[in-house]
Every structure is written in C-alpha cells, then in structure tokens.
Write a protein that binds this ligand. Structure first.
Ligand code: SAM
Length: 421
C-alpha cells in the first residue's frame, strides 16, 4: 500500500500530495499527515484514493472540538489547529491562483459559533445535518459553528417536529441576523393545512420563500447601513467577518475614484449599497433572485440611496455590459463561478475588477481572459468566513494593464485608418 506526505488542502475538501505516479487526492487526510492509502480511481494523472491509515498525524492536529464531527460531514477541518487552517487555506489560494507567495487570510473574529444560517434536512419527525456524501441525517442537538441564537432555536424545532410531524417538508433553514431567528421551511410535496397552521407556534416562519407567520425577513446591520434579507435571499453567513470583507472591497474600489460601478451577483446589496453610500457614484446591481432585488431596493430607499442605485433582477448571463461603461466592477458569483461573464465585461475595459470567490479554482478559470487581455492581479486576500471547514473566501483585485488600447482609442485609431474593407 503506497504512503505519502499530505502537503496541501484541496479546494473541494480533503488533502493532496505527490505519490509515486503523480498527484494524489485523499478525503479525510489533512495537511501535515503521513498516510497509507488505496487507489480508488484516476482523473488523468491524478490518483483519487481512500486513506487506510494515518501513519503519522500532522503535528497541527488537535482533538476535534465537536462530538458530531465523525458523523456529520460539515466540519472537515476541525481536527486542525486554527493557525494551521489559515496556513492551509492561504496555500490553497496560492496554488489555485498560481501566486508567488501565499496571500494574507484574515481570520474570523469568531473561530466557532459564527454561522448565521444553518440548513437541516427533515425526515419523519426529526431534522439533522446530512452525513458526508450521504442522505443519512445526523441529529444535531448543538452545532459548534452555529451562532448561539441558532442553537437556542434547535430545541423548539425538535419539539415542534415531534409534536406536529413534518408531512411534505424537506428542509428547514434557521436564519439569524445576530439576534432574531426565523425558520424557513422548504417543501417536497403537499404540506397539510394542519402542519402549516401549526407553524405559527415557532414564531417567524416562511414556507418555500413565502411568509406563514410573524416576520420571516431579517435586518442585517453593516456599520452604516441596514440590509433587509427576505427568506429566499442569500446573505453572508459570517456577519462579523463580512463587515471586514465589505470594508475591504469598498476601500479598494474607492481608491480608483470610479464614476460608475457595476455589482454582479449582488444579493441584497451587501456591496452595492455600501459602495453607493461611500463613493456617492451610481451603482448598477444585478442579481437573479427577485426577493433579494426587492430587499436591495427597500434598503436603498430606507438609506436615501434610491437615486444612486439601480437594481435589476436578471441572470448575469443576460446582461450586456458593453452597452454601458463601468470603470469598476465587483463580481461575487456562487461556487460554480461566472463562466463567460468576464469576457463580456472586458469589452468595456473597466479599470478595476474585484472578483470574490468562495471556490478559488472558479476565480482562476474565470479570470484567465482578463489576464490574457493584459489585466494584472494587484492584490489577493483571503477571508476565513468558514472556520473548521475547507471553505475560504478569496478576493482578487485586477487592474487594467498598459497593454491593449481602450475602446475609445481603438475607435479613434479605426477612424484614422478608415473603415475595414
Ligand atoms: C455568493 S452570493 C453573493 C451575494 C452578495 N454579493 C453578498 O455578498 O451577499 C451569489 C449571489 O448570486 C446570485 N446568483 C446566482 N446565479 C446568478 C446568475 N446567474 N445571475 C445573477 N445572480 C445569480 C445568488 O442568488 C446569490 O445572491
């Protein structure tokens, strides 16, 4: 059985190292471990394997703080000390983006108890997290990475499910704004009237994005603004570190003194509204989820920013950014990234692009056309929004290089040369 030193954290979780025939990927291995493994399959030269034995554990290992770790697949990095988690995430970003040195990764102000949203599967009369790569539900009496108010909301949920049953319910998301907790259920079929009626006992509840009882929207506070988040709207899970992420993005955009800003995958306006507030220039926000765009407009009106912020509920792929010029663009796509979108943005040659990625390889792929067009990476920074898991938020700042004419110069040159024949 071959043995390797696990030297890096993989972007999708698990550890990697160099085996006798090439790279090896192993789930359950952590950077610093020496392990014995069995090959399961191959992807090109890369061996995908299973760990049979940890021959020598990483010196950075610790006893996992959560008793559920072995069963619930959520915290795949909690057996690594926090400093080592940050180092591994910095190396992951460096590797994915082919940087000369590892970037700074800002730690979470809360190493545990940070998540402001948790989603549980429902089966029969109970709820739980899904076990790793399985449909099996693991009951969660307490989740170490969830905020305390969410943990306090778990026992009422368990009691409610036991008493009421959960016919037609598939999942429930517990969402917090740091104080108030709302329950957002999603259905897998018909939900009997009796179950719907009983939901009001839980307090503020929505089903499939629609209000059932109380007020299922949240109010998320940023230093100078408050953002509404309706049941279907995305918001960042780590409220404290998100404030630092927003500050970073706004500051980097402000530095170039933009005249028009484009915010793609805008959600409830986490970047768009602080950008408009801070820079005072027009911001166009694009987001596919209608409820999030309604939230964004509502929060903009409340902050007196309606004149500055235009918001559209639209898939980014349908936008034609070449119709309007933006000198600064922020993109914060989901994990799958924004394939083809950067190409379109380049037609206008914005001065600065900021790409925020929760999966660094998506950023590396999507930004390739910008690098080929002469853009340069000015800064890369990580934000550890998700301690104890392999996830990390990567922010890449790109600036237009000297290479390549701007569209205006190009058209002047074309006029000088005359029309193409
Ligand atoms: C990672 S979240 C970022 C949201 C926001 N920037 C924030 O910081 O809270 C990605 C957002 O993209 C939206 N989205 C996903 N696919 C999209 C698409 N094709 N076009 C527009 N928005 C999309 C999601 O609804 C979600 O709000």
């Amino acid at each position: 059985m071959p043995e390797i030193d696990v030297t890096w954290l993989l972007p999708g979780g698990g550890g990697g190292g160099m085996g006798p025939d090439g790279p090896v990927r192993l789930l359950g291995a952590l950077p610093g471990d020496r392990v014995r493994y069995t090959e399961r399959s191959r992807q090109g030269r890369t061996v995908i394997g299973d760990v049979d034995e940890i021959v020598e554990p990483s010196p950075d290992r610790r006893a996992p703080p959560c008793p559920l770790t072995a069963r619930c697949g959520g915290c795949d990095l909690d057996a690594l000390r926090p400093e080592a988690q940050l180092r591994a995430k910095a190396a992951l970003i460096q590797h994915a983006l082919r940087l000369d040195s590892p970037p700074v990764v800002h730690p979470s102000p809360r190493p545990s108890g940070y998540r402001a949203r948790i989603k549980l599967g429902i089966s029969g009369r109970s709820a739980g997290y899904y076990a790793a790569r399985s449909h099996e539900l693991v009951p969660v009496p307490h989740c170490g990475i969830a905020r305390s108010e969410l943990n306090a909301a778990l026992p009422p949920l368990t009691r409610w499910l036991t008493e009421t049953g959960a016919d037609g319910l598939a999942e429930v998301e517990l969402r917090s704004d740091g104080e108030r907790v709302v329950y957002v259920f999603s259905s897998s079929g018909d939900v009997p009237r009796a179950v719907r009626d009983a939901m009001s006992a839980l307090g503020d509840v929505a089903l499939d994005g629609r209000r059932i009882a109380g007020d299922p929207s949240l109010e998320l506070r940023l230093p100078e603004l408050t953002l509404r988040a309706s049941p279907k709207a995305f918001y960042q899970v780590n409220l404290e570190l998100n404030a630092a992420l927003v500050r970073f993005v706004v500051e980097r955009i402000e530095r170039i003194e933009p005249t028009r800003i484009l915010d793609l995958y805008a959600g409830i306006g986490n970047f768009a509204l602080p950008l408009a507030h801070q820079t005072g220039v027009p911001v166009l926000a694009v987001e596919s989820e209608g409820q999030a765009i309604e939230d964004l407009k509502h929060s903009a009106a409340r902050a007196g920013l309606s004149e500055k912020v235009a918001a559209f509920s639209l898939p980014v792929e349908r936008l034609d950014p070449s119709r309007e010029a933006f000198d600064a663009v922020v993109l914060d796509p989901p994990r799958a990234g924004a394939p083809g979108v950067v190409d379109k943005l380049l037609r206008n040659r914005p001065r600065r692009l900021i790409y925020i990625a929760c999966y660094a390889p998506s950023a590396a792929r999507d930004l390739r056309p910008a690098l080929q067009a002469g853009y340069v990476v000015s800064e890369v920074v990580g934000f550890d929004l998700f301690p104890d898991t392999h996830h990390v938020e990567t922010v890449v700042v790109l600036d237009r290089g000297k290479r390549g004419p701007t569209p205006r110069k190009r058209s002047r040159e074309r006029r000088r040369r005359g029309p193409r024949t």
